[in-house]
Each structure stands twice: as C-alpha cells, then as structure tokens.
Design a protein around this ligand. Structure first.
Ligand code: SIN
Ligand code: FE
Length: 291
C-alpha cells in the first residue's frame, strides 16, 4: 500500500473539486497520509525569528496554543515577541481548520479543535524515556487524556526552509491491533474511577483507552517490531503539509525541525465510514462494547 496520497492543492480554504474531496476522505479514513507538497504556510519576515529553539522555555519540546482558552505554553518569549508567536499559532489553527472543513465537509461541525503546536526542536537524538520516544512507531494514545473512542486527526506543516521532516509509517491498524490486543489484560474493576478520583486523567479512562494505551506502549517497547519497519521512511520536504488519523496510522517522527501541528477530534459517528475506526476494530476483536 502506498502510504502517501498526494493532493495537488495550493490553498487552505478551497473550494476543492469533488474528486479531491473524495480522495482526501478515502485516504484519511483508509489509513493513509494525505500529502500536499505545495500547500505552504508562509511566515512573515518578523516570524522568521521563531525558527530557533531559543523561543522554547527550556523545559518543553513544543510551544502549544489552546484555541478554546487562548492559553499559550512552552515559550520564554515575552511582550511583543509573545504576541507575534501567539498570532502565528492562531493563524495556523485557522488555516488548518479551513483546510479540514473544506476537504472533509461531512466532518463539519462535529470537528473539535485540540492544541495547535509549533515544534522548534530537532526531533533526532532527543533523549527521552521509551514511552515518550516518538522516534518509535506508535499510534497516538495519551495517559492523561482519554479519548473514549473519539478520533485524533492531525495536520502538519514542515516550515523548515532547508530540510525535510522524516517519518516512518508502519502497517495498518487492523494488523497492529490483532498482534497486540491478545496480550493486553482488561483493566481491573474500579480502576477507571480511581484514576479519575486521583486526577490522573481528565475524563474517564474507558476500556477503549486502556487498550489503545496498551497498544501504544507495546509497540514502542517491541524492538523487533520497530526494526521490521526500519526502511519505511517517508520525507516531507520543506513547505509540505500532510494529515492523517494518528490513532490509526502507526507513525514515528525520525528527524526534522520547525513544524506546525494542529490536532482535531472527531466523533466516530461523524466519519464517512465509522467501521474504519480503532474503536470499531477493537470492539470487533474483543467481542464487546468498549466505551
Ligand atoms: C508524533 O505525533 O509522534 C510526532 C510527529 C511529528 O512531530 O512530526
Ligand atoms: Fe504520535
């Protein structure tokens, strides 16, 4: 399977031809990466200053903006530099929202914006624990943020003027799930209430979340599995934009610096084909409802 679905588009807002819309939804829901090499996110001359890890606060690996509250985190910038940084992230949020709404009109009002992030640190050689190491193939699942079956759709743009951002892409979710699910024991009774009580999680960790975290961890810890896909590298050149459901496409970011990312959440019911969701796949494999 070719993991990239190239789209010949140059504007964020559309309107796009019906063939483009059909291609985009089929690629996304089919577990491929929608790839628009000519869809650029231009930075102003003043914003060029942010192409440096200096704008990070020294603790965070990304600068994040929360569209719902307006909060900006992860930066040491102050005053007018901070305002400029904030407006750059807000602009990326607007562009990415326009793109997804124009390409996937069926998702429409069901889409919710998550964080917008700017990633000014080099990905390669960053020392972290294996569980946080995104250079290992994984599907996205977060310990403190239960998704309860809701999909994670992410849009990325490489704004590095010179170097690509490289990923590895693994096998389809059905295969990943069939491989790891049998080894994951169900959560012990009452654990989801305890996690909520002690504020480990922001919402109830459902059985779905338990299994997704289990798959995430087992994939990352499995060295043999990681080396099996060592060759599956894709390079996103300077200026390129791409998007995929990162809870479905197994991915690893291998190298690159200076990228934007916008997260969207989408209820399974709003998908064109809800059967192509990790929730429905895991429910089929386990034989019962997971949320
Ligand atoms: C990830 O989602 O694992 C990281 C992707 C990236 O930063 O390119
Ligand atoms: Fe990821």
């Amino acid at each position: 399977m070719n993991v990239l679905e190239p789209l010949d588009i140059t504007c964020w807002k559309g309107p796009f031809a019906p063939e483009i819309l059909a291609k985009a939804v089929d690629a996304l829901e089919g577990g491929r990466v929608m790839y628009a090499p000519q869809l650029h996110f231009e930075l102003s001359a003043a914003e060029g200053r942010f192409l440096s890890p200096e704008c990070l606060d020294g603790k965070s690996k990304n600068i994040s903006y929360r569209p719902d509250s307006g909060a900006l985190r992860g930066t040491s910038c102050q005053g007018s530099h901070r305002d400029l940084l904030l407006s750059m992230l807000q602009r990326y949020h607007n562009r990415a929202s326009e793109l997804v709404k124009a390409l996937c009109p069926g998702y429409g009002d069901h889409l919710q914006s998550g964080f917008t992030s700017f990633r000014p640190a080099e990905v390669a050689g960053r020392g972290t624990s294996w569980r946080q190491d995104d250079t290992r193939l994984h599907v996205d699942a977060f310990p403190s943020r239960p998704m309860q079956g809701i999909r994670i759709l992410r849009v990325f743009t490489n704004v590095n003027p010179h170097t690509p951002r490289t990923w590895r892409v693994g096998e389809p979710f059905e295969q990943v799930a069939a491989k790891y699910l049998p080894d994951i024991r169900p959560p012990f009774p009452g654990s989801s209430s305890l996690l909520l009580l002690f504020r480990v999680v922001k919402a109830r960790r459902t059985e779905y979340d338990h299994f997704m975290l289990g798959i995430h961890d087992r994939m990352k810890a499995d060295q043999a599995y990681q080396s099996r896909f060592a060759q599956n590298e894709v390079a996103f050149p300077p200026g390129a934009t791409w998007a995929c459901f990162t809870d479905w496409v197994s991915h690893a970011a291998m190298s690159g610096q200076f990228a934007f990312e916008q997260t969207f959440y989408l209820p399974v019911a709003a998908m064109h084909d809800p059967q192509r969701s990790p929730l429905r796949v895991l429910e089929r494999l386990s034989g019962h409802a997971l949320v």
